[in-house]
Design a binder for this molecule. Structure first.
Ligand code: AMP
Length: 219
Protein backbone atom coordinates (compact mmCIF):
# COMPACT_ATOMS: atom_id res chain seq x y z
CA UNK A 1 0.00 0.00 0.00
CA UNK A 2 1.28 3.44 -0.84
CA UNK A 3 0.85 6.85 0.67
CA UNK A 4 -0.94 9.68 -1.07
CA UNK A 5 -0.18 13.39 -0.77
CA UNK A 6 -2.55 16.08 -2.01
CA UNK A 7 -1.08 19.34 -3.22
CA UNK A 8 -3.57 22.05 -4.14
CA UNK A 9 -4.51 25.63 -3.30
CA UNK A 10 -6.91 26.33 -0.42
CA UNK A 11 -10.51 25.18 -1.06
CA UNK A 12 -9.52 23.08 -4.08
CA UNK A 13 -11.28 20.04 -2.64
CA UNK A 14 -8.38 18.19 -0.98
CA UNK A 15 -10.41 17.43 2.14
CA UNK A 16 -13.44 16.18 0.18
CA UNK A 17 -11.36 13.90 -2.06
CA UNK A 18 -9.27 12.67 0.88
CA UNK A 19 -12.45 11.61 2.69
CA UNK A 20 -13.61 9.69 -0.40
CA UNK A 21 -10.29 7.84 -0.63
CA UNK A 22 -10.37 7.21 3.12
CA UNK A 23 -13.67 5.34 2.77
CA UNK A 24 -12.93 3.59 -0.48
CA UNK A 25 -9.40 2.37 0.25
CA UNK A 26 -9.67 2.27 4.03
CA UNK A 27 -6.76 4.64 4.53
CA UNK A 28 -6.73 7.25 7.30
CA UNK A 29 -7.11 10.86 6.18
CA UNK A 30 -4.49 12.95 7.90
CA UNK A 31 -4.98 16.67 7.57
CA UNK A 32 -2.39 18.90 9.24
CA UNK A 33 -5.04 21.69 9.17
CA UNK A 34 -7.42 19.45 11.19
CA UNK A 35 -4.63 18.52 13.61
CA UNK A 36 -3.93 22.23 14.15
CA UNK A 37 -7.62 23.18 14.47
CA UNK A 38 -7.98 20.55 17.21
CA UNK A 39 -4.84 21.79 18.96
CA UNK A 40 -5.98 25.43 18.71
CA UNK A 41 -9.01 24.68 20.89
CA UNK A 42 -6.77 23.86 23.86
CA UNK A 43 -6.13 26.54 26.45
CA UNK A 44 -2.34 26.09 26.34
CA UNK A 45 0.53 28.22 25.07
CA UNK A 46 0.76 25.98 21.99
CA UNK A 47 -3.01 26.11 21.45
CA UNK A 48 -3.08 29.91 21.62
CA UNK A 49 -0.09 30.22 19.28
CA UNK A 50 -1.71 27.94 16.70
CA UNK A 51 -5.08 29.74 16.97
CA UNK A 52 -3.36 33.03 16.16
CA UNK A 53 -1.49 31.60 13.16
CA UNK A 54 -4.67 30.02 11.82
CA UNK A 55 -6.66 33.24 12.02
CA UNK A 56 -3.89 35.15 10.21
CA UNK A 57 -3.62 32.57 7.44
CA UNK A 58 0.12 32.07 8.04
CA UNK A 59 2.03 28.82 8.50
CA UNK A 60 2.61 27.08 11.82
CA UNK A 61 6.34 26.80 12.66
CA UNK A 62 8.02 23.82 10.99
CA UNK A 63 9.29 22.23 14.23
CA UNK A 64 5.77 22.17 15.75
CA UNK A 65 4.36 20.80 12.50
CA UNK A 66 6.96 17.97 12.32
CA UNK A 67 6.40 17.03 15.92
CA UNK A 68 2.60 16.74 15.64
CA UNK A 69 2.75 15.05 12.23
CA UNK A 70 5.40 12.47 13.19
CA UNK A 71 3.30 11.51 16.23
CA UNK A 72 0.26 11.00 14.01
CA UNK A 73 2.10 9.04 11.30
CA UNK A 74 3.57 6.72 13.91
CA UNK A 75 0.10 5.51 14.91
CA UNK A 76 -0.87 1.93 14.14
CA UNK A 77 -3.56 2.89 11.59
CA UNK A 78 -0.93 4.48 9.30
CA UNK A 79 1.11 1.30 8.87
CA UNK A 80 -0.62 0.39 5.58
CA UNK A 81 -0.62 3.90 4.15
CA UNK A 82 -2.61 7.12 4.52
CA UNK A 83 -3.83 10.19 2.69
CA UNK A 84 -1.91 13.29 3.66
CA UNK A 85 -3.64 16.61 3.11
CA UNK A 86 -1.90 19.92 3.89
CA UNK A 87 1.67 18.67 4.21
CA UNK A 88 4.31 19.28 2.88
CA UNK A 89 3.67 22.96 2.20
CA UNK A 90 7.19 24.16 1.43
CA UNK A 91 10.44 22.65 0.19
CA UNK A 92 11.94 22.39 3.70
CA UNK A 93 8.90 20.35 4.75
CA UNK A 94 9.30 18.14 1.67
CA UNK A 95 12.92 17.36 2.61
CA UNK A 96 11.85 16.72 6.19
CA UNK A 97 9.04 14.45 4.99
CA UNK A 98 11.61 12.34 3.08
CA UNK A 99 13.47 11.91 6.38
CA UNK A 100 10.33 11.08 8.35
CA UNK A 101 9.37 8.43 5.76
CA UNK A 102 12.83 6.87 5.94
CA UNK A 103 12.57 6.63 9.71
CA UNK A 104 9.12 5.05 9.47
CA UNK A 105 10.21 2.70 6.64
CA UNK A 106 7.55 4.16 4.37
CA UNK A 107 7.50 5.21 0.71
CA UNK A 108 6.47 8.50 -0.90
CA UNK A 109 3.77 6.96 -3.08
CA UNK A 110 1.53 9.30 -5.11
CA UNK A 111 1.44 13.08 -5.23
CA UNK A 112 -1.89 14.31 -6.60
CA UNK A 113 -2.28 17.92 -7.61
CA UNK A 114 -5.77 19.40 -8.00
CA UNK A 115 -5.50 22.14 -10.59
CA UNK A 116 -8.14 24.85 -10.28
CA UNK A 117 -8.46 28.52 -11.32
CA UNK A 118 -8.40 31.36 -8.80
CA UNK A 119 -11.93 32.68 -9.46
CA UNK A 120 -13.45 29.24 -8.75
CA UNK A 121 -11.50 29.08 -5.49
CA UNK A 122 -12.78 32.47 -4.36
CA UNK A 123 -16.36 31.35 -4.89
CA UNK A 124 -15.72 28.13 -3.02
CA UNK A 125 -14.02 29.74 -0.05
CA UNK A 126 -16.90 32.03 0.84
CA UNK A 127 -19.49 29.27 0.37
CA UNK A 128 -17.72 26.42 2.18
CA UNK A 129 -19.63 24.99 5.14
CA UNK A 130 -18.52 21.95 7.15
CA UNK A 131 -20.48 19.59 9.37
CA UNK A 132 -19.20 19.87 12.93
CA UNK A 133 -20.11 16.23 13.61
CA UNK A 134 -19.04 14.20 10.54
CA UNK A 135 -16.84 16.69 8.68
CA UNK A 136 -18.78 16.55 5.39
CA UNK A 137 -18.02 19.61 3.28
CA UNK A 138 -20.79 21.57 1.48
CA UNK A 139 -20.82 24.67 -0.66
CA UNK A 140 -23.76 27.02 -0.43
CA UNK A 141 -22.64 28.79 -3.64
CA UNK A 142 -23.07 25.61 -5.69
CA UNK A 143 -26.40 24.02 -6.54
CA UNK A 144 -24.73 20.60 -6.68
CA UNK A 145 -22.93 20.90 -3.37
CA UNK A 146 -25.29 22.79 -1.09
CA UNK A 147 -27.15 21.05 1.75
CA UNK A 148 -30.86 20.31 1.31
CA UNK A 149 -31.72 22.28 4.45
CA UNK A 150 -29.66 25.39 5.19
CA UNK A 151 -27.01 24.89 7.93
CA UNK A 152 -27.90 21.19 8.47
CA UNK A 153 -25.86 18.19 7.32
CA UNK A 154 -27.68 15.89 4.87
CA UNK A 155 -25.83 12.84 6.20
CA UNK A 156 -26.06 13.15 10.00
CA UNK A 157 -28.23 16.23 10.75
CA UNK A 158 -25.22 17.91 12.41
CA UNK A 159 -24.93 21.70 12.31
CA UNK A 160 -22.78 23.23 9.59
CA UNK A 161 -20.15 25.83 10.44
CA UNK A 162 -17.84 28.14 8.51
CA UNK A 163 -14.10 27.99 9.20
CA UNK A 164 -12.67 31.18 10.79
CA UNK A 165 -10.12 31.45 8.01
CA UNK A 166 -12.67 31.03 5.18
CA UNK A 167 -12.88 34.72 4.34
CA UNK A 168 -11.41 36.58 1.37
CA UNK A 169 -8.64 38.35 3.35
CA UNK A 170 -7.31 35.16 4.91
CA UNK A 171 -7.83 33.28 1.64
CA UNK A 172 -5.63 35.74 -0.27
CA UNK A 173 -2.88 35.32 2.29
CA UNK A 174 -3.16 31.51 2.10
CA UNK A 175 -3.34 31.52 -1.70
CA UNK A 176 -0.23 33.72 -2.02
CA UNK A 177 1.62 31.41 0.36
CA UNK A 178 0.54 28.46 -1.77
CA UNK A 179 1.88 30.07 -4.98
CA UNK A 180 5.11 31.19 -3.37
CA UNK A 181 5.96 28.20 -1.15
CA UNK A 182 3.88 25.14 -2.01
CA UNK A 183 3.55 25.22 -5.80
CA UNK A 184 7.33 24.85 -6.31
CA UNK A 185 7.02 21.40 -4.71
CA UNK A 186 5.36 20.19 -7.89
CA UNK A 187 8.72 20.29 -9.70
CA UNK A 188 10.35 18.39 -6.84
CA UNK A 189 7.82 15.55 -7.11
CA UNK A 190 7.64 15.68 -10.90
CA UNK A 191 11.34 14.92 -11.04
CA UNK A 192 10.72 11.90 -8.84
CA UNK A 193 8.10 10.70 -11.39
CA UNK A 194 5.24 10.48 -8.88
CA UNK A 195 3.22 13.61 -9.69
CA UNK A 196 -0.32 13.32 -11.11
CA UNK A 197 -2.12 16.54 -12.11
CA UNK A 198 -5.92 16.36 -12.14
CA UNK A 199 -8.39 19.05 -13.22
CA UNK A 200 -10.05 20.12 -9.96
CA UNK A 201 -12.61 22.38 -11.65
CA UNK A 202 -15.11 19.57 -12.06
CA UNK A 203 -17.77 17.75 -10.02
CA UNK A 204 -16.72 15.86 -6.89
CA UNK A 205 -17.70 12.56 -8.57
CA UNK A 206 -15.72 13.19 -11.75
CA UNK A 207 -12.60 14.22 -9.84
CA UNK A 208 -12.91 11.14 -7.63
CA UNK A 209 -13.14 8.96 -10.75
CA UNK A 210 -9.96 10.42 -12.19
CA UNK A 211 -8.12 9.94 -8.90
CA UNK A 212 -9.37 6.36 -8.83
CA UNK A 213 -7.85 5.70 -12.25
CA UNK A 214 -4.48 6.92 -10.98
CA UNK A 215 -4.63 4.87 -7.77
CA UNK A 216 -5.95 1.67 -9.36
CA UNK A 217 -2.78 1.27 -11.39
CA UNK A 218 -0.61 0.93 -8.31
CA UNK A 219 -2.76 -0.52 -5.51
P1 AMP B 1 -5.76 23.66 5.73
O1 AMP B 1 -6.87 23.01 6.50
O2 AMP B 1 -4.84 22.69 5.05
O3 AMP B 1 -6.24 24.77 4.83
O4 AMP B 1 -4.83 24.39 6.85
C1 AMP B 1 -5.33 25.39 7.68
C2 AMP B 1 -4.18 26.15 8.31
O5 AMP B 1 -3.38 25.26 9.12
C3 AMP B 1 -3.18 26.76 7.32
O6 AMP B 1 -3.63 28.01 6.82
C4 AMP B 1 -1.93 26.89 8.19
O7 AMP B 1 -2.06 27.98 9.07
C5 AMP B 1 -2.00 25.63 9.04
N1 AMP B 1 -1.26 24.51 8.40
C6 AMP B 1 -1.81 23.39 7.81
N2 AMP B 1 -0.85 22.59 7.35
C7 AMP B 1 0.34 23.20 7.62
C8 AMP B 1 1.69 22.86 7.37
N3 AMP B 1 2.05 21.75 6.70
N4 AMP B 1 2.66 23.72 7.82
C9 AMP B 1 2.33 24.84 8.48
N5 AMP B 1 1.07 25.23 8.73
C10 AMP B 1 0.06 24.42 8.31
Amino acid sequence: MKNIIFIAPPAAGKGTQSAIIENKYNLPHISTGDIFREESKKDTELGRYIAEVLSNGGLVKDEITYDLLTKRLSCEDCKNGYVLDGFPRNIEQAYKYDEILKKLHQELGYVIMLDIPLDTLEKRITGRRICKDCGTVYNINSNLEKPTVESICDKCNGRLYQRNDDNITSFKQRYNLYIEKTKPLLDYYKEKGILYVINGDDTVTNIAKKIDEVLKEGM
